[in-house]
Every structure is written in C-alpha cells, then in structure tokens.
Design a protein around this ligand. Structure first.
Ligand SMILES: [Zn+2]
Length: 320
C-alpha cells in the first residue's frame, strides 16, 4: 500500500522540480529568447537585429543591433554585446551562419552593448579593435556600466570582463583588412557617446552606424551624449552616402529613413533648445515649449523619452 502511494509522490516531485528549476534560473537563454535575429545584407555580410525595447533580464541587454562578416580566415564581429552571456549569443549566431570562429571584434562605441562582450571573445583569442577615442570612453564608463546592468541582468552578468582594445587605433579614420575584407572605421564627432564611430564596407556601400542612428524608436540623449556634436556627426554620416545602413537600434534602413528618424529629430531638439539655452530661459520653459511634437510621436518610446531628451539637451547646451 505504502509503495503504491510513494511512486506517484516521487513522480510528482520530479515534475515539480523540472517545472520550478528553469523559472528559478530564469529560463533557458537563447538568441531567440533574447529577441535576436540575423539578416543577411550581402554575400558574407550579416546584421543581428535586436529588440527596440529597454534592457531586460530576458533580452540580457541585447536591445541593439550588431553585425558580422564572414572571411576566409574567420569572422569579423561588429560590437560584442552587453555581457559575456550576450556575447555567447552572438557567437552562437555567427557559428550557425558561418561555422567559423570570431577572430576580430570591432567596437563602434562605448555604450554597454557595444563592447562589454569583448572579454568573452578575447578569452577565445579574438583581436579587439577600437579607436583610441572609443577606448578612452570605455575605460571611463566601464565600472558604472557594470553597476547599472547588475540589477537587471543579475547572474546573467557573471563572467563579464570589460576588456579594452590593448592597442587602440590612434587616428580618427582607419582602413583595416581583417581576413582580406576592407573596412573603414570613421570617427565623425562625439555622438551618443564620445568616440562613437561608423564602420563601412566600401565595396558594398553598407554601413554599420552604431549608436549614431535610431530607427523606428526615439533616440536617447544621455548625460554622455552631446546633441550638438551628434547632429554634426549625423550630417557627416549623410555625406558618406551609405546605400544600406544597419542602425544602432531599429530596422535596417536607407539614408532617407535615418534622416527622418534621427537627423530630423536631432535638428528639432538642437534648433528648438538653442534659443532657450542662449537666453538662460530655464529647463521648464524649454520642455513646455517643445514637448508637443506630433511629427515624432510615431517613434517608439516617444512618451517616455522625448521630454527627458529636451531637458537633457537644455542642461548641456546651457552650460556650453
Ligand atoms: Zn545603443
């Protein structure tokens, strides 16, 4: 009698254990569960498109876009993800598409998702490539970024090491040929973060624009961002006439879409805030005058970011 009861109880315990374990550990992490998908741009050239939502435990801070290029000698990765766990997801996607290891990582910027996965790839022997300006910002912001990510990513941040390119490129424009593929790295002006760059494949007209560009969602003017020089960087980017652009956030686009969702918005913010900042009119005046902007309300996160962007731009421009 006892034995007949014991078996179902044991079976039930196993079922309960299996059911509760994954939720305690946060579920299985995969590129799909983190919202990442690969889009092929050209032969051997791929974009990894992430969610346009905020950072979450589920997307491991991979709410951004990345890229990779297949070469005969291995893969060039454009930006390494926000953590070791995020880097491993990119590694999985690279392996699925090419079957090759990442040999080079190019950082387009200093926001967490651009570079905190460097340590993961460096430990596998990849070379980390960044301009000096980018590396300088990374060094300054790394501990703050790890601290801010920890409450969101928790144990998924484990093993993340902020590794900075050991021999950064000292010039503002550099042509490199990893695996025989020509890439042009260009610093335009301080944008979302000081030292942001764009990476171009001159043979195809493809540009990886990093955090210079937000498409379909509202950009964020952070304390690190300089809206005036960001607008200047955007205008220089336009003059490079890229044919297809992988923005830092949002869908793959043309220059026209980039202009509409990022260039026009920066124009509106800088042009709109300038007279208030020059006259020291006060942040409240600037926000109340500019918060009504129905031409941008279609952008995701408009309601949460637009007023904060005006305020952040005012405070910076007033002190300039
Ligand atoms: Zn970003």
């Amino acid at each position: 009698m006892m034995k007949r009861i014991a078996i179902p109880v044991a079976a039930l315990s196993i079922v309960l254990l299996l059911w509760t374990l994954p939720s305690r550990a946060g579920g299985v992490l995969s590129p799909e569960s983190a919202g990442l998908r690969v889009e092929r741009l050209d032969k051997g050239v791929y974009a990894v498109i992430g969610s346009t939502a905020g950072r979450t435990y589920d997307n491991v801070g991979m709410n951004a876009n990345f890229g990779f290029i297949d070469t005969p000698d291995g893969v060039i990765l454009i930006d390494s993800g926000a953590s070791a766990a995020g880097a491993e997801l990119l590694d999985t996607l690279v392996h699925r598409s090419t079957g090759k290891p990442v040999r080079w990582v190019v950082n387009t910027g200093s926001q967490d998702h651009r570079w905190l996965g460097n340590g993961y790839f460096a430990s596998k022997g990849a070379e980390i490539i960044a301009l000096q300006r980018t590396a300088t910002t990374q060094r300054r912001v790394s501990s703050q970024q790890i601290q801010s990510l920890y409450p969101v990513l928790r144990e998924r941040l484990d093993g993340t090491r902020p590794v900075i390119a050991p021999s950064p490129v000292l010039t503002d424009e550099s042509v490199i040929r990893p695996g025989g593929v020509t890439l042009i790295l260009s610093y335009l002006a301080d944008a979302h973060f000081p030292g942001d760059i764009v990476v171009r494949l001159p043979d195809t007209g493809i540009m990886f624009a990093g955090d210079h560009l937000y498409v379909g969602r509202m950009l964020g003017i952070l304390p690190e961002s300089n809206p005036v020089t960001w607008l200047d960087a955007f205008n220089k980017l336009s003059k490079l006439k890229p044919k297809r652009i992988v923005p830092g956030h949002g869908r793959i686009c043309t220059l026209r879409t980039a202009q509409r969702d990022t260039g026009d918005y920066l124009d509106f913010i800088v042009g709109g805030v300038q007279p208030f900042a020059e006259n020291l009119a006060g942040v409240e005046q600037a926000v109340s005058a500019l918060s009504h902007a129905p031409q941008f309300s279609r952008l995701e996160h408009f309601d949460t970011l637009h007023r904060a962007n005006i305020s952040s731009a005012y405070l910076q421009m007033e002190s300039q």
